[in-house]
Design a protein around this ligand. Structure first.
Ligand SMILES: [Zn+2]
Length: 179
């Protein structure tokens, strides 16, 4: 249940499902309240098990940091639990999301052996963590076209639509607080 705006002096009987601040007037929230301030959500990642691809992961994270405002990826401090873990494996790269902004990236060597760009792989898999689905087949200009763009595609930047999609996902305030 949501009570957005109370106006006028009419006595009203309110049934509130949430906690009530004892004895205080219910604040009036005007209809033209500004949108929630765009806070940057910091997500930590741990590339300690990314093996030979650790620097590619750093580069992929930097690309996302340069590309969007809503999220910042930063390496987890030593001993700090990370939102995102990157693990080098044999096989094909894949990401197992743990919810928006968290998950495990399996940085598969097979794609690199096939000639795919390590930075593009890193940025693509981080794109999954940031909530983007695969869009295959697709052109090299789309990060989420992934391997379908071919091994010669070294573009590791999300395009405008992909950037906007991530901004939108993370700019949403915690569930239910804002429309
Ligand atoms: Zn993918």
């Amino acid at each position: 249940m949501r009570i957005r705006t109370l106006t006028g002096a009419v006595a009203a009987v309110l049934v509130l499902s949430g906690p009530v601040v004892g004895g205080q007037a219910v604040a009036v929230r005007t209809a033209d309240s500004a949108a929630p301030p765009g806070e940057t959500r910091v997500l930590t990642y741990d590339a300690g098990r990314a093996g030979e691809f650790a620097s590619a992961v750093d580069r992929g994270a930097e690309i996302w940091n340069d590309s969007v405002d809503a999220v910042e990826l930063r390496p987890a401090a030593s001993g700090e639990p990370a939102d995102i873990r990157i693990v080098v494996v044999d096989g094909w790269p894949r990401t197992v999301p743990g919810g928006l902004g968290s998950g495990t990236v399996y940085f598969g060597r097979d794609a690199v052996a096939d000639g795919h760009s390590t930075v593009r792989i890193a940025a693509h898999e981080l794109g999954h963590v940031l909530g983007l689905p695969d869009r295959k087949p697709g052109p090299c200009s789309e990060l989420m076209s992934g391997a379908s763009a071919g091994p010669s595609c070294a573009s590791a930047r999300p395009n405008a639509a992909e950037r906007a999609e991530v901004e939108k996902k993370f700019e949403r305030a915690p569930a239910g607080l804002f429309m």
